[in-house]
Design a protein around this ligand. Structure first.
Ligand SMILES: [Fe+2]
Ligand SMILES: [Fe+2]
Length: 276
């Protein structure tokens, strides 16, 4: 099912918020950013494993995990995340990962290190560099890193100007005309109406991203960060093109949830949330 042939079904998971198993590692920062979530590393890993199992059972050809892969972006958390992914049996080339704000709370280069370390098998299909293109069985996936190193009191993101430029070039690439194009980011592409909230939680560069999407009606975007399923329009017109997924960390134990899409001639069509 994974790794060969046409991609006609995509599973979307998000916000795994992996913890390392060594409890002694939980400092005040983890307790602060995980304030509404039990610090149960094993349970979080089980939830992720079950969500991946559900994606396989539902016959997904590709899996997208849209950021906040870890709680703090420590090496141990990325290792624990990779261990579950490796054990899932999903082919690495059929997995697209992007980092979220939580993945950059410890250092600015955690994601780069993870891609060179425990997640290296997933680097070619993930947000490893600006302008990354993942072509899989009739779908073009453009994973974009919107994470930035910042204080745990902030949860925003940044579309780096070089990333925006590379993304725009890819979106406008004539060779992809007639092929579904799906951008994957952690942060949703919209700005908050309130300036203070935009400063705390907003995506810098969102205006540029929305502009590009508005000019490219064939492009859709999958995101995380909001911890719930969302379907939104671009510019208030047309069909929903921006889709958010629920947070795996908030699944009830033993009841995984994934978001599924069928790939049709006009791109992704939401098949809703599937619960195991
Ligand atoms: Fe999150
Ligand atoms: Fe987030």
């Amino acid at each position: 099912m994974f790794g060969s042939g046409r991609v006609s079904r995509i599973a979307h998971l998000s916000d795994v918020h992996t913890l390392e198993k060594e409890r002694g590692a939980y400092g005040w920062g983890v307790k602060f950013v995980s304030i509404h979530r039990p610090l149960d590393a094993e349970a979080r890993l089980r939830k992720f494993g079950r969500a991946l199992g559900l994606a396989k059972a539902m016959g997904a050809h590709h899996v997208v995990v849209s950021g906040d892969l870890t709680e703090m972006g420590t090496d141990a958390q990325f290792r624990a995340f990779a261990d579950v992914l490796d054990a899932s049996g999903v082919a690495p080339e059929s997995v697209t990962l992007v980092p979220g704000n939580h993945d950059a709370y410890t250092t600015g280069d955690a994601w780069t290190r993870a891609l060179a370390g425990p997640l290296r098998a997933y680097a070619p299909s993930s947000a490893a560099r600006h302008g990354q293109v993942v072509e899989r069985g009739g779908v073009v996936i453009l994973p974009v890193d919107t994470s930035r190193f910042q204080n745990v009191a902030l949860s925003g993101g940044e579309l780096h100007p070089a990333a925006a430029e590379a993304l725009t070039r890819r979106i406008q690439d004539a060779t992809f005309r007639g092929t579904p194009v799906v951008v994957v980011t952690h942060h949703p592409p919209f700005s908050h109406a309130r300036r203070l909230w935009q400063f705390i939680d907003g995506l810098r560069g969102a205006t540029r991203l929305v502009d590009v999407l508005a000019k490219s009606p064939h492009v859709q975007l999958l995101h995380g960060h909001m911890h719930r399923a969302l379907d939104r329009l671009i510019g208030g017109i047309g069909d929903s093109r921006v889709f958010g997924a629920p947070a795996t960390v908030e699944d009830r134990e033993g009841h995984p949830r994934i978001r599924l899409y069928e790939v049709g001639p006009n791109g992704l069509e939401s098949a809703g949330i599937v619960t195991g």
